[in-house]
Write a protein that binds this ligand. Structure first.
Ligand code: FEO
Length: 156
């Protein structure tokens, strides 16, 4: 059993993780079209990871005996302004997801829901790792100005 506020917030998070997965799949499609198949594959892996995040939340709601409410997923962008723009947008998106995970944790603490706090710890740690990975790639891209031979080498 979950308190209503907690359940609603987790259902929103399932939608956010589904949106994240489709955002990265859309970026992957764009990168393939740009001939950057290495970056496209990296984004495809992110797509799969985000799907697994949505599934983790889904399974948790079911395990607690509650009902998942799936919602419409907002249209994601389909075009970007180069590789630096893509990684900046990705970092910004992950920061948004981090704040929604922290908001879930705040609710779990407020509701004295220890089981959900324990469940959410994995996501808190995962967000630290995801932001660090994206930041590292973004810093390297900025060093090489996001174009030319450097980008192609990084793509490989
Ligand atoms: Fe599921 Fe990248 O946050």
């Amino acid at each position: 059993m979950l308190k209503e506020k907690m359940l609603n917030a987790i259902n929103e998070q399932i939608n956010a993780e589904q949106y994240s997965s489709l955002l990265y799949l859309s970026i992957s499609a764009y990168l393939h079209d740009q001939g950057l198949s290495g970056f496209a594959n990296w984004m495809y892996v992110q797509y799969q990871e985000e799907l697994s995040h949505a599934t983790k939340f889904f399974d948790y709601v079911v395990e607690r005996g509650e009902k998942v409410e799936l919602k419409a997923i907002e249209q994601m962008p389909t075009t970007w302004d180069g590789i630096i723009d893509i990684y900046e947008a990705t970092l910004e998106h992950e920061q948004l997801i981090t704040s929604s995970v922290h908001n879930l944790m705040d609710i779990a603490i407020e509701e004295k829901d220890h089981a959900t706090q324990s469940f959410l710890r994995w996501f808190v740690d995962e967000q630290v790792e995801e932001e660090a990975n994206v930041t590292e790639i973004l810093d390297t891209l900025k060093l090489i100005n996001g174009q030319g031979k450097g980008s192609l080498m990084l793509d490989r």
